[in-house]
Design a protein around this ligand. Structure first.
Ligand code: CO
Length: 191
């Protein structure tokens, strides 16, 4: 696809994302829109392992849950609020937000394709192939080892958020033929 071909064209290969003019206001960070937006460098960095779950970790997780709810999200990773630590929150389909610290996928099977969006790339959506089922080991907010067996949307959200901790965005894995822009203000599920 040629640069400048269509406003908002996705240039494949380098995967440069060109934000259409009518979506640019969504990329301005503000008190009302605190999520770190593409192309902030922290979104491409590997987040640090959390050495010890502390009251500070709890504050970060609480802030992430607050920001996620405010943005109508169903998952968020710490780099999306500017913190390079391995912390995610997931809350598929209006369930209570669960914080996972140092999450790792220890088992996976099957495959599923579904649409994803990202609070850091507002307005852009596309189909991503993910593992159908993942088992995630992590620490909970009290520092206890926890193990979650996830399927469906929960599985998808966990994989999307864990990718964020390694600087990977859904646009790296998307079926590029399905990428499209739509107003996120009328959509309620983004990660
Ligand atoms: Co995301």
């Amino acid at each position: 696809m040629r640069a400048g071909h269509i406003p908002g064209a996705i240039i494949s290969g380098s995967m440069e994302i060109v934000v259409p003019d009518e979506y640019k206001h969504l990329y301005v960070q503000s008190k009302e829109r605190p999520v770190v937006k593409f192309p902030a460098p922290i979104l491409r960095q590997t987040a640090r392992h959390v050495q010890k779950v502390s009251p500070k970790t709890k504050r970060v997780a609480d802030e992430m849950a607050r920001v996620m709810r405010m943005a109508n999200g169903i998952g968020l990773a710490a780099p999306q609020i500017g913190i390079g630590e391995r912390i995610i929150v997931i809350a598929p389909k209006g369930t209570r937000a669960v914080a996972l610290i140092n999450p790792r996928i220890v088992e996976q099977d099957g495959e599923m394709v579904g649409e994803e969006g990202c609070l850091s790339i507002p307005g852009l959506y596309g189909d991503v192939s993910r593992k159908a089922r993942v088992v995630v080991e992590a620490l909970d907010i009290r520092g206890r080892a926890t193990r979650l067996d996830l399927e469906g949307l929960s599985s998808r959200v966990a994989q999307h958020e864990i990718d964020h901790l390694d600087g990977v965005l859904f646009t790296d894995k998307v079926d590029q033929s399905t990428l499209h822009w739509k107003n996120p203000e009328v959509d309620d599920e983004v990660e």
